[in-house]
Design a protein around this ligand. Sequence first.
Ligand code: UT7
Length: 320
Amino acid sequence: MGFKICGTGSSVPETVVTNNDLTAFLDTSDEWIKTRTGICERRVMKSETLLDLAEKASLEAMRSAGLMSSDIDMIIISSLQGDFISPSMCCLLSAKLGINCTHMFDINMGCSGFIFALDMADSYLTAKKATAVLIVCAEGMSRMTDWTDRKTCILFGDAAGAVICVPGDGCIDLSLNIKGSYEHLYVGRSPNNSPFEQTEEYPPFLHMNGQEIYKFAVEAITNDIQRLLDKNAMTPNDIAYFFIHQANMRIIDSARQKLGQPEDKFPHNLEFYGNTSSASIPLLLDEINRAGLLEKDDRILLSAFGSGLTTSACILNWSF
Ligand code: UT7
């Protein structure tokens, strides 16, 4: 693989919604949410747009990389739903940041979007079609959550995480898997307004069968990680940190136990932000990077799963 990450950034909305805040309109409790998920609070957009979050995360990532807008020649945005259906978020962000480039697109690969975007950045950098790729995962989960459904709305939050990728040897290996199923996890769309359409309508909210996704997640994470390590003749002990998609602390713990690893190798921040879909790993990566916890040449492993159904994993050689 031919890329390395040379800068990280993130941004979350100002408004904090605690578990107790949710009890004002939901039949739930702080105790239930904490015990079943590990989540204590999440951030939700009030006056911010998704573009505001994406812009702030991008500026931080560029600052951390020591690059300016004029140095960036490709943008990839991962988002389940931008501020508009059209124009895409990458077009809006490029205008806001004054980035002039032709290679840019939005992808919608659910919670796995960050690692899918890393794979695409790698392809463009290796093909020399780009020299500095800005990846931004910007997710407005509060907009698509059914706030009357206590089984799902307690889980999610809004955030943006960004990285800059440049040519280099910072990625040891990467794997992507797609199952192609919407049975247990989907977000519907606004009602059909065509007088001709006769297909089934799905409510414009996130629908999830939590137990099925839980089982899928635990198995997928463990298998993806073990396969990737085996393929590269490595063991879990060779990895400094495992960055697992921040969906549920029980899922992360279960994977950790199966891999026989100590708690301090599995950083987490879902207690403060909930599940922020594809933003979750770059948000955590930025937090840990800024805290100075990553050493040059640390091997770190990223693993995500989500709607699609998709799973993805990646071993990085931390390079700055
Ligand atoms: O990024 C997308 C990936 N998504 C995920 O990773 C989600 C994976 N799934 C999960 O994290 C868990 O399945 C949940 C946290 C969603 C649910 O936890 P669970 O332990 O699987 O609970 P459950 O769905 O089996 O529900 C247990 C009970 C039920 O009551 P009964 O039927 O036993 O009387 C639910 O009605 O808990 C009830 N319940 C709640 N109670 C209080 C469900 N949601 C709540 C709630 N507050 N918010």
